[in-house]
Structure formats: structure tokens, C-alpha cells
Design a protein around this ligand. Structure first.
Ligand code: 5GP
Ligand code: ZN
Length: 219
């Protein structure tokens, strides 16, 4: 089934090019999402055979395993932040201020700090994954992508349907364990950046996301 297709990456990561597999080690494979829902969208796949078929909520009940996954996501978050800096760094207001200070004569004693792109990366899982192999999403916050084509694409990353890795272990009575009852994917759209509501007007949301993307990367 197509739901099993992430299995190939953990079985034979070495058979893919760097445009697909970002890195792999004994315990994890990091890949590019084939249908990215943000301008940068990676997936972290744990290779542990006893976990890969489990729902993330169940897999992460094992606290030792959870800590290992969290540690690896910190590595991947750094790598993703570096990628954002390469893609957008030169456009950002902070970087321009830094460059101006560097070229001043004489240069100031203290240079303006660079932007911390790690703050612009979100890491987490879907309450109801569509793909069977355990995977953690690591993506830029922008939700700006041609592949973001449906209501559920936006809401699955922009409502409590998306559960940040930092929130694990989940409490027994956490409502996010019952996502269908909460109806997260059917909610009205809310901009991730300014909080503006868009009802169910997807085309309008998409236009707004493009505006927000342009401003966000130049911050
Ligand atoms: P889920 O909703 O299961 O948490 O997300 C699964 C993710 O896997 C989606 O973002 C989807 O775009 C991505 N995906 C689906 N099939 C493939 C594939 O064959 N290769 C890669 N690299 N990503 C895939
Ligand atoms: Zn907005």
C-alpha cells in the first residue's frame, strides 16, 4: 500500500541521493518530504523495528525511546535552521544590519546578533498519521508551498492535530488523543503568523500565506 512507502527509506537509505535522504545513521533516517507543506519540510524516521509500526502516541510512551528521538530532532532542527539561513539569511533585516556593521570603519565593538532560525522550525507528529512508518515532521513555520492544496494540508499543521515533540509524553487525558472528536481538520482557517481568520476561504488564505512568507523571511 502507498501508506507503507516510507519503509523503503529506513530499509535502504544508501540507495537515495542527497536530494532525498538528508542523512542516515544506525538509528535514524532524515529525508525530504516528497510533498512539502512548507518551504522546507523534512521527516525524521526512527529505524527501530519494534517502533516503526506503532502510532507515535504509543511509540513515545517509551520514555527512553522518546528521549532518543527528541535528541535526534534537536540535531535535525539545527540542520534545518542552517538550511533556512542559507536560503533566506541574506534577505533578513538582521543579517543586513550585521553586514553593514561588519563593513563599517571602524566596526562597532558589538555586532548585531544574527537571526536564530531554529525558532522558525516546528517539530512534531500528526495525531492521525496517513503514513504507516513512524515519522516526525521537521518543517519551517511558513506553510508556504505549491503542495499545500487542501484544507487538511493546512489544518493538519496549524491546529492541535499537529502535536509538537516537546509536548510528549502526553498526559493520559490529553484531548489531542481524540482528534476526530475534536474536529481539528474541519476548523476555520487561522493564519499561523498574525492570527487572522479566513473562515473556509482557502484561496484567500493561500494568498495571505504568500504575503506572510515574504515578510517572514525578511524579518
Ligand atoms: P503524515 O500525515 O502521515 O504525518 O505525513 C506523511 C508525510 O509523508 C506527508 O507530509 C507526505 O507528504 C509524505 N510522503 C508521503 N509519501 C511519501 C513518499 O513516498 N516519500 C516521501 N519522501 N514523503 C512522502
Ligand atoms: Zn497573517
Amino acid at each position: 500500500s502507498v501508506r507503507d512507502e516510507l519503509g523503503a527509506y529506513i530499509a535502504k537509505p544508501e540507495t537515495y541521493g542527497p536530494d532525498v535522504v538528508v542523512y542516515h545513521n544506525a538509528d535514524f533516517v532524515a529525508i525530504h518530504d516528497m510533498f512539502p507543506k512548507s518551504s522546507l519540510h523534512l521527516l525524521l524516521l526512527p529505524r527501530d523495528q519494534t517502533k516503526t509500526r506503532l502510532h507515535p502516541f504509543d511509540a513515545f510512551d517509551d520514555t527512553e525511546f522518546l528521549e532518543k528521538v527528541k535528541a535526534e530532532t534537536r540535531t535535525l532542527r539545527k540542520l534545518a535552521a542552517g538550511e533556512l539561513r542559507r536560503k533566506y539569511g541574506k534577505d533578513s533585516a538582521q543579517e543586513q544590519a550585521r553586514q553593514a556593521a561588519l563593513s563599517a570603519d571602524p566596526p562597532p565593538d558589538e555586532l548585531p546578533q544574527g537571526r536564530d532560525w531554529e525558532e522558525d522550525i516546528v517539530v512534531g507528529v500528526h495525531a492521525v498519521p496517513s503514513m504507516n512508518h513512524l515519522h516526525v515532521h521537521v518543517l519551517s513555520v511558513d506553510r508556504y508551498s505549491e503542495r499545500l492544496k487542501h484544507r487538511k494540508h493546512y489544518n493538519s499543521f496549524s491546529t492541535p492535530f499537529f502535536v509538537p515533540i516537546e509536548d510528549f509524553p502526553l498526559a493520559e487525558d490529553d484531548v489531542r488523543r481524540y482528534p476526530t472528536e475534536e474536529g481539528y481538520l474541519k476548523r476555520d482557517f487561522t493564519c499561523w503568523r498574525c492570527g487572522r481568520g479566513f473562515g473556509n476561504r482557502f484561496a484567500e488564505l493561500k494568498q495571505h500565506l504568500e504575503q506572510e512568507f515574504k515578510e517572514w523571511k525578511k524579518l
